[in-house]
Design a protein around this ligand. Structure first.
Ligand code: SF4
Length: 341
């Protein structure tokens, strides 16, 4: 990998249960809950090179959207730093750069229904001096046409558009800020499959044209494989495996990655009859009470005693791939020993 453009150093983000549950529920559950913060993200360090797309995948509730919001400067980390080109994204709890922009899952919720889309796209660039009020109409028309929308639609309101068109507006709004890094959080999850393909193709075209760096968050493994140069697998707030996309999809090393890739819906047939869909056993544990040691151990088919006691740390497995697993670390050590014998 070339020099990092985005660097995350030991990012941890906790939430107080009182803020998540609301005062009344927290009070009913008592001091036990109030005193136990939820760790949504724990000690995540990673880097993204300029122009690279890193896919971030994991089950719902694994912390990937929280991490995306920290990278985008929307949520300050509880500890750790996010740097773009060596400069902080957040200082004193506030976002201090426009170099990161975000595209969210639900374009309808993220677009103000009372504003015309031309004003939605123009608002940020005018506020940050990227376009003057006089130039804004032309600037907006240019961005609308770059995302495949008729520039004459600038006077319409969000409810006058389809879901796919609204996501194009959201992309235009983000890119009109001329960001260096785009955080896409489940950008196609709420769209019909046929529209998903159009938006993904638009994303790929714009990325090629603008050379933009991207953190692409999704639970959809097929979409992530299609758009990402590298992929990071997240489980209960930690990165458990990270490396080149094709290497991970062809030969996953962490037991969770294997289980996740193995659970992409596919039929298990016997004598041409549907027997079952393959699934990951068990459920993702509550971040309020994560298991000790490796948090995947209650679901892991190859767990050993050390897994119940010690948190595995990421180690360099091979070819730049990092894996956090005791058993894989033992296998790798045995292979190295054999090779040097
Ligand atoms: Fe399984 Fe242990 Fe590896 Fe965790 S550390 S994934 S429990 S083998």
């Amino acid at each position: 990998m070339t020099a990092p453009f985005l660097s995350l150093d030991a990012i941890t983000r906790r939430f107080e249960p009182r803020l998540i549950l609301g005062d009344r529920i927290a009070a009913r559950l008592g001091a036990r809950v109030e005193n136990r913060p939820v760790r949504a993200v724990t000690e995540v360090s990673l880097e993204i090179a300029k122009g690279e797309t890193l896919g971030l995948v994991g089950e719902s509730g694994c912390g990937k959207s929280t991490l995306g919001r920290v990278v985008a400067g929307i949520l300050p980390p509880t500890s750790g730093t996010v740097l773009i080109d060596g400069k902080p994204v957040i200082e004193h709890g506030r976002k201090v750069t426009t170099r990161v922009q975000t595209v969210f899952q639900d374009p309808y919720a993220s677009l103000d229904p009372r504003m015309r889309i031309g004003d939605i796209v123009a608002e940020g660039p005018i506020a940050h001096g990227l376009a003057s009020k006089a130039d804004a109409p032309g600037y907006v028309r240019d961005w609308l046409s770059r995302v495949g929308l008729d520039p004459d639609f600038a006077g319409r309101y969000p409810h006058q558009f389809s879901g796919g068109q609204r996501q194009r507006v959201a992309i235009a709004r983000a890119l009109a800020m001329q960001p260096d890094l785009l955080v896409c959080d489940e950008p196609v999850a709420s769209l019909d499959v046929s529209i998903q393909a159009q938006i993904i193709n638009l994303f790929l075209e714009l990325r090629r044209e603008l050379g933009i760096t991207c953190l692409f968050i999704s639970h959809d493994l097929r979409v992530v494989r299609h758009v990402s140069d590298r992929v990071a697998i997240m489980y209960l707030g930690r990165i458990v495996e990270i490396g080149a996309t094709e290497a991970i999809y062809r030969d996953p090393q962490h037991p969770y990655t294997r289980a996740l890739l193995g659970s992409v819906p596919k039929l298990v047939l016997e004598d041409d009859e549907l027997v079952r869909f393959e699934t990951i056993s068990g459920e993702i544990p509550s971040p309020l009470a994560p298991p000790p040691g490796c948090t995947f151990h209650p679901r892991c088919p190859v767990a050993v005693e050390a897994c119940r006691r010690e948190v595995p740390v990421l180690f360099d497995d091979s070819d730049g791939r990092m894996v956090a697993c005791h058993v894989r670390a033992m296998e790798r050590a045995a292979m190295t020993k054999e090779g040097s014998a």
